[in-house]
Design a protein around this ligand. Structure first.
Ligand SMILES: C[S@@+](CC[C@H](N)C(=O)[O-])C[C@H]1O[C@@H](n2cnc3c(N)ncnc32)[C@H](O)[C@@H]1O
Length: 287
């Protein structure tokens, strides 16, 4: 049957959100694998005065950090661990395939639970607050013990943390426009706004619910592209759990300020932090 003119009129063009790739937008917004790898190398050198070769990326999702790690030396191998096939297969198609055949051979992917994986490495990293999904102290302790067992004798466990008074709140929305750095990227992704939305915080349980939304200039959006149901652990709680899990030492690397008093993106070992409303730090624990 021939199409009517009214059906032609109602036919709409796909929105920018329809064609967008949420993993690519995530990487552009919140991930900097080169920076992570350079931090891990520095933390390891600070601890043992030499370079590490093996990295295990727990909660690796699309394992961008593993791919970056093996690019930095022919000696390096990486192991990515995640439970979910979707991000793992995204990473295989979009990141792993871009490595040389030789580099690809130095990346191992394990579809496993981080609570039970036993693969050893000199560095085990859990980035982007991933273990905050463990809401009970006993679960975090079990995970930390598992990491401790898996580390090489000269090994470090690295994770990043966020905190500050601004996080003890409901309905906080922060957004920023994300620049598209390369011509190639412009082809793949429309301009977009990254929105970090804290829906709730419960002072009794310290549970907090977060979403990432991506919004586009044509008014379309990927709402709740990613959702995180976390417990907001505090730094002293986690430092005590590291001690209990058997780590011999741990250091906090606090973000320094630039000359205008804004966060610099650089981190320095610190014994005290600042009561900023929103702060970031790395924790490095030695086996
Ligand atoms: C916040 S994302 C991680 C993102 C990534 N690490 C980064 O830095 O951007 C959390 C990931 O942890 C995975 N995950 C959750 N529980 C897990 C578990 N028990 N074992 C392994 N992976 C798990 C999820 O499938 C998801 O891909």
């Amino acid at each position: 049957m021939a199409k009517t003119s009214s059906s032609k009129k109602t036919k709409t063009r796909p929105s920018l959100a329809d064609g967008a790739d949420k993993y690519a937008l995530y990487r552009l917004s919140v991930q900097d694998p080169e920076h992570e790898v350079s931090m891990f190398r520095r933390f390891y050198k600070d601890a043992f005065g030499r370079e590490a070769t093996s990295l295990r990326e727990d909660f690796c999702a699309a394992f961008a950090v593993c791919c970056e790690w093996v690019k930095t030396s022919k000696e390096r191998r990486a192991i990515g661990v995640d439970l979910d096939d979707e991000p793992l297969s995204y990473g295989r198609t979009h990141y792993l395939n871009k490595l040389s055949a030789e580099q690809q051979q130095r990346v191992t992917l394990l579809k496993q639970d981080v609570m039970t994986t036993t693969t050893t490495a000199e560095i085990i990293a859990a980035q982007n607050y991933s273990f905050y999904i463990f809401k009970r102290r006993a679960e975090v302790l079990r995970y930390f013990r598992q990491v401790h067992r898996s580390l090489a004798d000269e090994g470090i466990f690295v994770f990043d943390m966020m905190g500050g008074g601004a996080m003890y709140a409901d309905d906080v929305v922060e957004g920023r426009q994300v620049a598209r750095p390369t011509a190639q990227d412009k082809l793949d992704n429309p301009p977009f706004r990254y929105v970090w939305h804290q829906e709730s915080f419960d002072p009794v349980s310290a549970d907090a619910l977060f979403h990432i939304h991506f919004r586009f200039p044509d008014g379309s959006a990927i709402e709740k592209a990613f959702t995180y149901d976390w417990r907001l652990w505090t730094l002293p709680e986690l430092l005590e759990l590291l001690d209990e899990a058997g780590f011999s030492a741990r250091h906090v690397y606090w973000e320094t300020d630039d000359k205008d008093g804004n966060p610099s993106g650089n981190y320095r070992r610190a014994l005290r932090g600042h009561a900023d409303p929103a702060w970031l730090c790395y924790v490095v624990a030695l086996k």
